[in-house]
Write a protein that binds this ligand. Structure first.
Ligand code: GDP
Length: 328
């Protein structure tokens, strides 16, 4: 049985990846942070087959202990402080976890694999936020990185450190440059889920309006369930490498609102949506659109769920969840 260790097991991607690896017969270990982590029970319920280990990306010795306990063939580093807007308020903490945390886990993998640098295959969750003020359209693996937030800068550090460990020590280390990927498990602070939840609540008469930031930003949104498949495929290659994972389509926040409100039969949403500078960012990533050709050719990976299907799925899920919460 192959063995895998996942950091960030409590997040959207950690849960989908754990389900995928369990279905493939892996023994899966998840790293969980902190005493009495409130998400522990949710993880136990969602992926009962996962064995949870306690550790923190900022604590190298806890990572070494987790490596010894899990004895993994594959390590997926999905743990991060991942909300861009928050990263300006917590730039140092974001740097410690999202940036230096990558160095800590790479170092734990290297020390654990001292007899054979290729004993463990490593995946780093890099991000399209690294492209920031985009220098090329669409963005590909070779596009110059120009991050626009402390989060983006921290991800760039992790990306290059992963490449550096591959080149310095011959490790099988891969960096997946994943464009935005969403699902009903997305945190409500991200724009897709914020919208799907609000639209469901408006339909049920639980909320009157939604307060938003910049409606003109454009993102390449895919389905998280599809994207974890690409992570796994990267680690099944003979060599570690870097891959853009994206749909190759871009949509504005306005189009997101069109589809989400469309799912409840509202075509003119202007009366429901307000804008507030509170949700604007000090520097914005205006446009992201990825070129997934390399992932398609080398990994044989294709996204299955399109934008409209994704947003509709999220609204329908939130309708069900909000109905249950409201006792209807
Ligand atoms: P990000 O691409 O990782 O920052 O993902 P988000 O889902 O947080 O944001 C995507 C885009 O939506 C960004 O360009 C935001 O500025 C824009 N946006 C507009 N209004 C909102 C809002 O109310 N909340 C969030 N999170 N983003 C918003």
């Amino acid at each position: 049985m192959p063995r895998a260790l996942i950091t960030g097991i409590t997040g959207q991607d950690g849960l989908y990846l754990a389900e995928l690896l369990l279905s493939k017969g892996y023994d899966v270990f998840g790293l969980i942070r902190g005493q009495n982590n409130p998400k522990r029970e949710m993880v136990r319920r969602t992926v009962p087959g996962v064995e949870l280990l306690t550790g923190d990306l900022t604590d190298l010795s806890s990572l070494l202990r987790a490596m010894e306990a899990a004895r993994p063939d594959e390590v997926y580093n999905l743990g991060a402080i991942s909300f861009v807007a928050y990263s300006w308020e917590n730039a140092m903490l974001t740097t410690d976890v999202t940036g230096k945390g990558v160095l800590n886990i790479l170092e734990a993998v290297r020390l654990y694999s001292h007899d054979d640098p290729r004993k463990v295959r490593f995946y780093q969750a890099s991000s399209s936020e690294m492209f920031g003020k985009v220098q090329e359209v669409p963005q590909r693996e070779s596009t110059l990185l120009w991050p626009r937030s402390p989060y983006g800068v921290a991800k760039v550090f992790g990306h290059y450190m992963t490449i550096n460990y591959r080149e310095s020590y011959g490790m099988h280390a891969s960096s997946g440059i994943l464009f935005n990927h969403e699902s009903p498990r997305r945190g409500p602070e991200f724009v897709t889920r914020k919208v799907s939840r609000a639209v469901a609540r408006i339909e049920l008469g639980l909320q009157d309006e939604i307060v938003m930031g910049n409606l003109d930003a454009k993102r390449d949104w895919g389905y998280a369930g599809d994207y974890v498949e690409a992570m796994w495929r990267m680690l099944q290659q003979d060599e570690g490498d870097d891959y853009v994972v994206a749909t190759g389509e871009t949509h504005s926040i306005r189009e997101l609102l069109d589809v989400a409100f469309g799912a409840i039969g509202v075509s003119d949403w202007s009366g429901y949506v307000k804008q507030d500078p509170r949700f604007m960012r000090p520097a914005e990533v205006e446009l992201l659109i990825g070129d997934p050709s390399k992932a398609r050719t080398v990994l044989g990976w294709e996204p299955k769920v399109g934008f409209e299907q994704l947003v509709t799925m999220m609204v329908e899920n939130d309708l069900e969840e909000q109905r249950a919460l409201a006792g209807r």
